[in-house]
Design a binder for this molecule. Structure first.
Ligand code: KG4
Ligand code: ZN
Length: 334
């Protein structure tokens, strides 16, 4: 089966073709980062318009890369949510148009399910697994007993990890998106210089990062040397270390309660952060621990095709009046 999938939930336009569960024949990604950079964040209207412009050429590029004609596609999938309404509508409508014209089934996919299954694109997942999802809009910990058997264990009550990185970068005028620039600045800093809190809510289902972000803001406001590269590097390193400690604590608490898990995966844009990955790996210890390869950390359409796979194999298809879901938790609470 060849599945053509579309991702357009935020600021990446992506098209992929997947065959045999996890063999990626093509994965094309167009990043709109340069378009949104002058605004310091994603502008939904601009994003939607850019998706309209980029989708058709990306579909052509994906087919060319895969060496396939449209007639070789057996099903179409698109991210249905969570995400920005306009951008989601563009991808879904395009995917449905393609499916309808070719007489193919169409399914709408939860973008977070795509992230959860993304490590499977590199090597088969092992179950039961704990998956820590950390993106620009979501941060949560899940237990997976199979590719569609997912339970939500813990979720942030305020900022997502990627969002916190983006905000810290903005406070320090480091640019956008914040994750990569903060990580780069942190590489030259000392994580023990700036004392920052490690907020850890009593509620076993909660995670909180806004207190840490506020502490960073206060440190900048009271600093006499806020633009000094040494100060910036030390603050970024201290912030990154605090985030790693918070995630690490959440993970070790979960591991204590779910001692039967065989593997732990870190997924989403933040999984690109080497320092956080290294600390979580140390926390996990003997069990398998990995993050997806770089191209599957950020938003891409191969993970959308992967998440669509179980339903498509079962012969499912969504109705043509399917609506996007701006907010959509992927799993029930454990
Ligand atoms: O998964 P993703 O590409 O898009 C969403 O679904 O949100 O994640 C994007 C987020 C951004 O907030 C970005 O700053 C963060 O991932 N990010 C990082 C790194 N690279 C990207 N955060 C920390 N360290 C990084 N190296
Ligand atoms: Zn994402």
């Amino acid at each position: 089966m060849n599945v053509l999938a579309i991702e357009s939930s935020c600021d990446e336009t992506a098209v992929a073709i997947l065959t045999d569960t996890n063999r990626v024949l093509a994965s094309e990604v167009y990043s709109q980062v340069a378009l949104h950079r002058p605004f310091g964040g994603v502008v939904p209207e601009l994003a939607a318009r850019s998706h309209v412009e980029r989708l058709a050429p990306l579909v052509d590029a994906a087919l060319a890369t895969a060496g396939l004609d449209l007639s070789a596609i057996d099903a179409v999938a698109a991210a249905r949510g969570p995400g920005l309404l306009g951008p989601l509508l563009v991808g879904m409508t395009y995917g449905q148009g393609l499916a309808l014209a070719r007489g193919l089934p169409f399914v709408g996919v939860n973008h977070l399910a795509g992230h959860l299954l993304s490590p499977d694109l590199d090597a088969p997942l092992r179950f039961p697994a704990l998956v820590l999802l950390a993106t620009g809009g979501h941060t949560a910990l899940y237990r997976l007993d199979g590719e569609t058997e997912v339970l939500l264990l813990r979720r942030t009550v305020d900022d997502a990890v990627g969002e916190a990185f983006d905000k810290v970068a903005k406070m320090l005028n480091l640019g956008y998106p914040g994750g990569p620039v903060v990580e780069r600045a942190a590489a030259g800093g000392d994580p023990t210089v700036v004392p920052l809190p490690r907020p850890f809510p009593k509620d076993p289902r909660a995670l909180s990062l806004s207190g840490l972000k506020t502490a960073v803001r206060r440190t900048i406001e009271t600093a006499t040397n806020a633009t000094d590269p040494r100060f910036v590097a030390d603050l970024c390193a201290s912030f990154q270390a605090a985030v790693a400690d918070v995630l690490s604590e959440a993970l070790s608490t979960a591991l204590a309660h779910h001692s039967d898990v065989r593997a732990v995966y870190l997924v989403g844009g933040v999984a690109a952060n080497r320092s956080i990955g290294a600390q979580l790996g140390a926390t996990v210890g003997e069990r398998e621990f990995r993050a997806p390869s770089m191209r599957w950390c950020g938003d891409n359409a191969a993970m959308i095709a992967r998440a669509a796979w179980p339903r498509l194999v079962a012969g499912a298809a969504d109705p043509w009046d399917l609506q996007p879901r701006v907010r959509w938790e992927v799993a029930p609470w454990a």
